[in-house]
Ligand binder design. Structure first.
Ligand SMILES: O=C(O)CCC(=O)C(=O)O
Ligand SMILES: [Fe+2]
Length: 193
């Protein structure tokens, strides 16, 4: 079995059928001390409320490397990825089997209790999407439209875990995160297509 097939088989065990081609996941990427240090850094990183038209999400965000403005649709170079994210970016890249320098964007999100993120696909300018979870456990949901409805699947995201989306799961499926009852932070890294 190839490494990828083995990863898929593990996912099938963890998350149940159907397989989600292009999704990889592992627990315990970092330890609790590293998790707390990252949360402390995020808390001083001047995140701002996510806003889309009149609607303000119950989450704070900040992007580095590249910014995508949801109000204007403008995609532009942003502030460099800060040094405190470098070790995490290295591990995210190693997990995905790609070079760290290809992960040109980092997005930091703080979800307030009661917040999640609605159905979407990540912007097509990006290719690989790799996410690290901090704080509350989360349920990531996936759906893909088919005749008469949706194919659906879910993945449990433990704190300190990592996921990688590429290919079918990233391009053909939408994802969302169910509202959580405690704060959660995520750091996602993206490569450009
Ligand atoms: O918080 C996460 O892990 C996912 C965030 C997400 O889907 C996004 O920013 O596009
Ligand atoms: Fe996303």
């Amino acid at each position: 079995m190839t490494a990828r097939a083995a990863a898929c088989a593990r996912q099938a065990d963890l998350f149940g059928a159907p397989l989600l081609p292009g999704l990889a996941y592992r627990d315990a990427l970092i330890d609790a001390r590293e998790e707390h240090a990252l949360i402390a850094q995020i808390e001083t990183a001047n995140l701002t409320p996510f806003q889309f038209q009149q609607w303000e999400g119950k989450r704070l965000t900040r992007s580095f490397g590249w910014t995508y403005d949801f109000q204007t649709g403008r995609f532009a170079p942003g502030e460099p990825i800060p040094g405190w994210l470098d070790p995490l970016r290295d591990r995210a890249a190693a997990f995905a089997g790609i070079g760290p320098e290809t992960l040109e964007q980092a997005l930091v999100i703080e979800y307030w209790a009661g917040a999640g993120i609605g159905w979407h696909k990540d912007r097509p300018v990006f290719e690989h999407v790799i996410g690290v979870s901090l704080g509350a456990p989360a349920t990531m949901r996936f759906r893909r439209r088919r005749e008469g409805g949706f194919d659906r699947a879910t993945a449990d995201l433990a704190p300190r875990s990592i996921y990688h989306m590429q290919g079918e799961i990233r391009d053909d499926w939408e994802h969302s995160i169910a509202a959580m009852d405690a704060p959660r932070w995520s750091v996602t890294f993206r490569s450009l297509r």
